[in-house]
Design a protein around this ligand. Structure first.
Ligand SMILES: [Zn+2]
Length: 310
């Protein structure tokens, strides 16, 4: 099997049984495990597997305990959705996915959130072990002057918009990127030392060379790291090898995606979107198929519709 494009993927996964066999191989690697009690050696039934542990004896399929659980959509459609969502550089909207796959927008919305659950950063990453690290912050949320009048912040009541709905302040995010390596992006309440430095300690290896702009947020970074700055306010963008261009390129990609494709991202779902973009960036050197397989390996999850909407 080898697929580089969506038609090739759909061609290979024409039968649901092919999808199931393939996914069983990815998830269990030949050693089927009961998702209810973790016991091994279940036996095959017509519709899947049955646990041989006499206290359990439950029936299950490979979808139980994964993002595909309780979904009526065939795996073939899910696989196509994963392929599309992880291959589009700027992401894909639920409207677009619905029309590409012939499903309703509500279903597409749920599918995309479950895919994001799969892309979620599950283990804290450490960067900066080989190369320089760039750090920067950014605000997300479109420009006020580009919004329709009703969506703009009210002059009379700064808590509301002109149409009377609550005003959503811009969301602050901070990113750490190792040049040639991985990125980590986090939502923070405010751009302050107190918020950002602990994250730096958690994700960047001690002694790394760290590049930032001149913001006072970073004035204690030199205590733990080799710290170099560029003074953006003095139109200084690259000094020797010191710059923050890698992270700034990522921000423009992220903003174009979030403002152009998703339009609005609520506080509740923001981390998911950030992880989605970070994951796409971190797998940029993989082929479409390698990326697809890597993500499928991370598809165990129990996110329900209620978790998403409540
Ligand atoms: Zn069991």
């Amino acid at each position: 099997m080898n697929f580089k494009s969506l038609p090739q993927l759909l061609d290979y996964f024409r039968e649901e049984s092919t999808c199931i066999e393939y996914y069983e191989q990815i998830r269990w690697n030949g050693n089927v495990v009961c998702p209810h009690c973790n016991s091994e050696n279940p036996y095959k039934t017509k519709r899947g597997h049955r646990c041989s542990n006499k206290d359990c004896k439950k029936d299950f399929t490979v979808k139980v305990g994964t993002i595909f659980e309780n979904s009526k959509i065939p795996l073939r459609t899910w696989f196509a959705a994963i392929f599309l969502a992880t291959n589009h550089k700027k992401g894909i909207s639920s409207v677009q996915l619905a029309s590409d796959l012939g499903i309703t927008q509500k279903t597409a919305w749920f599918v995309l959130h479950r895919i994001r659950e799969m892309l979620k950063d599950k283990a804290p990453k450490m960067i900066g072990t080989t190369n320089m690290v760039e750090i920067d912050e950014a605000y997300l949320g479109g420009r006020e002057k580009n919004k329709h009048f009703g969506k703009q912040r009210s002059n009379e009541n700064p808590d509301l918009r002109n149409d009377g709905t609550p005003y959503q302040p811009k969301k602050m995010v901070v990113g750490f990127v190792e040049r040639g390596g991985d990125i980590i992006v986090k939502h923070v309440a405010r751009a302050t030392k107190e918020e950002i430095l602990p994250l730096l300690g958690k994700h960047v290896a001690k002694g790394s060379e760290v590049h930032t702009d001149e913001s006072i947020i970073y004035n204690k970074v030199g205590r733990t790291f080799t710290h170099k700055t560029v003074v953006h306010s003095a139109s200084q963008y690259v000094v020797g090898n010191c710059h923050t261009n890698t992270i700034e390129n990522f921000w423009s990609q992220l903003k174009r995606g979030i403002n152009g494709i998703y339009h609005h991202v609520s506080e509740k779902h923001l981390e998911r979107y950030l992880d989605e973009y970070a994951n796409r960036y971190n797998t940029r050197k993989l082929s479409s198929q390698e990326r697809f397989e890597l993500f499928l390996e991370q598809s165990e999850s129990r996110l329900t519709y209620n978790d998403l909407v409540c």
